[in-house]
Design a protein around this ligand. Structure first.
Ligand code: KG4
Ligand code: ZN
Length: 339
């Protein structure tokens, strides 16, 4: 039997992405980003929805062309149904529904956070993590420790009670006068900074959950006090502040994860989501793996931040399991919980 050919579409936030997968092999993965938001210092939902409308067809066209296939070759469509911005999700879902109806092929509504985790399953099964494993998902909207029993069965064990780790990066970057999205900017500045120069405390949250809003506030007060003494403090110290703040976030993320790994006695730990592109998090997670004698998996850069290939992988597993396809009355699910 030939493997399924799936077109997947992702438009939950500010990236318009389309991919074509043969089985779990990525034939194309095309993303159009939205520079429109940079001047606002964050994603403006209405602007994102309009940009998706503009970008969607060209991105789908490009994905099909790069994969060397046509609409008539497809077996199924997979689209992000939630969580995310309602207007943004609606654009992807509407295109996907139209295609599914016109081509007479099933449509799968995909959970964005499940897809981030299944980014580990793109391409050859030789490199897939073995079940069960503990995954730390760190994105712009979520921070979760998830016990992954199988591609289609996941259990959220802990999550942030306020801001996500990505937000902690983005908000700090704004305070430091850096562009949106702030995570890659802080990562870049931190490369040349001394991570031990300043210290930022992280909170203790009962039950192994995370909290990030206090860290951002402590940075705000720290900068306010320093700027009173030296109005050029941020300019002069930006690299060291970025490195120290990044160190605090990464140490905190892995400290809580380590406790959970030891409690569960799992032998595999994985990272997923946009913040797993962070260089300090990647290297410290690998070190943690060495220390604990466990396997650590981190997706390739292009599969960490939002992309349609990861949506296609979930579509593949749902198609294989003959799961129920969406009907044409399906709506976006902006606040969809993982389990
Ligand atoms: O997963 P993602 O692309 O979108 C959501 O589902 O939210 O994650 C976006 C988040 C943003 O907060 C961005 O600042 C952060 O990922 N991010 C990073 C890095 N690259 C992206 N944070 C820290 N370091 C990075 N290198
Ligand atoms: Zn995401």
């Amino acid at each position: 039997m030939t493997e399924s050919l799936i077109l997947s579409i992702e438009s939950s936030c500010d990236d318009t992405s389309a991919a074509v997968l043969r089985g779990t092999t990525v034939l194309s993965n095309c993303t159009s980003t939205q520079p429109e938001h940079t001047k606002f210092g964050g994603v403006i939902p209405e602007v994102a929805g309009r940009a998706h409308q503009h970008n969607m067809l060209p991105v789908i066209d490009r994905a099909l062309r790069e994969a060397g296939v046509g609409f008539q070759d497809l077996n199924a469509i997979a689209v992000t149904q939630g969580p995310g911005l309602s207007g943004s999700l609606l654009v992807g879902l509407t295109y996907a529904k139209s295609l599914s109806l016109a081509l007479g092929i099933p449509l799968y509504g995909i959970h964005h956070m499940q897809a981030h985790i299944l980014a580990h399953f793109v391409n050859s099964s030789e490199y897939w993590p073995s079940f069960p494993f503990l995954n730390l998902t760190v994105s712009g909207g979520h921070t979760q420790l998830v016990l992954v029993h199988s591609p289609l069965q996941m259990e959220v064990l802990a999550e942030t009670i306020d801001d996500a780790a990505g937000e902690a990066f983005d908000k700090a970057a704004k305070l430091l006068g850096l562009n949106y999205p702030g995570g890659p900017e802080i990562d870049k500045y931190a490369q040349l900074g001394d991570a031990k120069k300043y210290s930022f405390n992280h909170p203790q949250v009962k039950g192994g959950d995370y909290s990030f809003s206090g860290m951002k506030t402590s940075l705000l007060y720290f900068l306010r006090d320093q700027l009173k003494e030296n109005p050029n403090f941020i300019e002069e110290e930006r690299h060291h502040i970025a490195a120290s703040y990044q160190e605090a976030i990464v140490t905190y993320l892995l400290k809580v994860a380590k406790k959970k790994i030891q409690e569960l006695k799992v032998s595999t730990f994985t990272l997923a989501g946009g913040v797993s592109a962070n260089s300090a998090l990647r290297s410290k997670a690998l070190k943690l793996g060495e220390e604990l004698g466990i396997q650590v998996y981190i997706p390739k850069f292009e599969y960490c931040t939002d992309n349609a290939a990861m949506i296609g992988v979930v579509g593949y597993f749902q198609y294989q399991a003959s799961m129920t396809a969406l009907d044409m009355a399906a709506c976006p699910r902006p606040r969809w919980k993982l389990d």
